[in-house]
Write a protein that binds this ligand. Structure first.
Ligand code: 3PG
Ligand code: MG
Length: 396
């Protein structure tokens, strides 16, 4: 993307207070980090700033606490992990965004780090509130957005804050992400296939209706597919699905036909009576009222592998099933393996994105290879769509 102001490598930040917006939104289970990829990727820039003797204030969100404190979504486990990795004094601030925070930040010594508790514990963050943004901005002389994966959000720590800090830059990880995606967009070869899964349905459905214009195939998997199956009047039992998605699905199908884009949905699936259960393979026409769809079935896997074989570019966001239970990671792992094989052997251009997708791939235990693996899910898709992301436009 043109015009973005990147953090100059030779910039002296000695003794300066610098806010870094990072994406430390990692999957937690019982307050234990399940996959630390995002933290690991955030480390090099922080180490560079520590070496430069900056005073670092870190901001991140975790999950979607909707403006309320929620101990299950505390950044404390992330703080502990970071503290072990960064060889410096590190503090965790759990209070309000007020004068106390300003005072604590002013006590930071060269090379020290202060992490603010989950910024989405404050309702003002999601509202991109002006006063809140100002209070954040006033903490430092420099602001760096190093969280490409959050840059599609018009929120205080991404958007509003930039009005209130003198020097603002995009960080090196953000730069790496957009450079890689830009290069894929530039070099992509037809046929292009998009595989979209995961469970954040309403956010992605609009993106799909745009992608039909530029892709040959859109493969819908994961909980996303349940809406299409229900629309086609298949029984989906107790599977995750979203109300009121009919109109948008109809629109997608009409647009897809107009643009000669094929929409592929599962023909068979793995179901169970609970998320922790054992898998039963079923044709999509034979589900019972208490079945939950938790993965794609073997026939669907074959179809998708064939589509990947016939594609020159594949973009993938969102797992094909409930990969957290290994019984239902089969579809996701098969797709990952096929994409990786073709990237190595057939010069397939492959871009994968999303927190869950990255976690699923790391969990698969396979050694896999892709053209680019992005930490971003929603931001990655919106960027592919050609949208001007609110968090990037303010960095120009
Ligand atoms: C992500 O997980 O995609 C990013 O951390 C952004 O999170 P969000 O979708 O809750 O804004
Ligand atoms: Mg997201």
């Amino acid at each position: 993307m043109l015009g973005i102001k990147y953090f100059p490598q030779n910039l002296s930040t000695k003794d300066k207070k610098i806010i870094v917006r990072v994406d430390l939104n990692v999957p937690l289970s019982d307050k234990k980090i399940q996959d630390a990829t995002r933290i690991e990727l955030a480390l090099p820039f922080l180490q560079e700033l520590i070496k430069k003797k900056s005073k670092i204030i870190l901001i991140s969100h975790l999950g979607r606490p909707e403006g309320k404190r929620n101990s299950a979504l505390s950044l404390l486990p992330v703080y502990k992990y970071l503290k072990e990795q960064l060889n410096t004094n590190m503090y965790f601030y759990t209070g309000e965004i007020n004068d106390e925070l300003k005072e604590k930040s002013s006590y930071l010594k060269e090379g020290e780090v202060l992490l603010i508790e989950n910024i989405r514990f404050f309702k003002e963050e999601n509202q991109n509130d002006e006063i809140f943004s100002k209070k954040l901005g006033e903490l430092a002389e420099i602001y760096v957005n190093n969280a490409f994966s959050c840059s599609h959000r018009k929120q205080s720590s991404i958007h509003g804050i930039t009005k209130f800090v003198k020097e603002i830059y995009a960080g090196p990880l953000l730069k790496k992400e957009i450079t890689a995606i830009d290069s894929v967009i530039k070099n992509k070869k037809d046929p292009v296939t998009c595989i979209i899964g995961g469970s954040k349905i309403s956010t992605k459905i609009n993106i799909i209706s745009n992608l039909v214009k530029s892709t040959s195939n859109i493969v819908i998997v994961g909980a996303m597919a349940n809406n299409f199956l229900a629309y086609k009047k298949f029984e989906v039992g107790k599977s995750l699905k979203e109300e009121n998605s009919k109109d948008i699905i109809k629109k997608i199908l009409v647009e897809a036909e107009k643009n000669e884009c094929k929409i592929i949905i599962p023909e068979d699936c793995l179901v169970s009576k609970s998320f922790k259960g054992e898998p039963i393979s079923k044709d999509i026409r034979s589900l019972e009222k208490d079945d939950i769809i938790l993965d794609i079935g073997p026939r669907t896997v074959k179809i998708i592998e064939e589509i990947i074989n016939n594609s020159n570019t594949v973009m993938w966001n969102g797992p094909a099933g409930y990969f957290e239970n290994k019984n239902f990671a089969i579809g996701t792992n098969a797709i990952a393996k096929k994409i990786s094989e073709n990237t190595i052997n057939k010069s397939l251009i492959s871009v994968l994105g999303g927190g869950d997708t990255v976690t699923a791939i790391n969990k698969s235990g396979y050694e896999l290879f892709f053209t680019h693996l992005s930490t971003a899910g929603g931001a990655f898709l919106e960027y592919l769509e050609g949208k001007d992301l609110p968090g990037l436009s303010v960095l120009k």
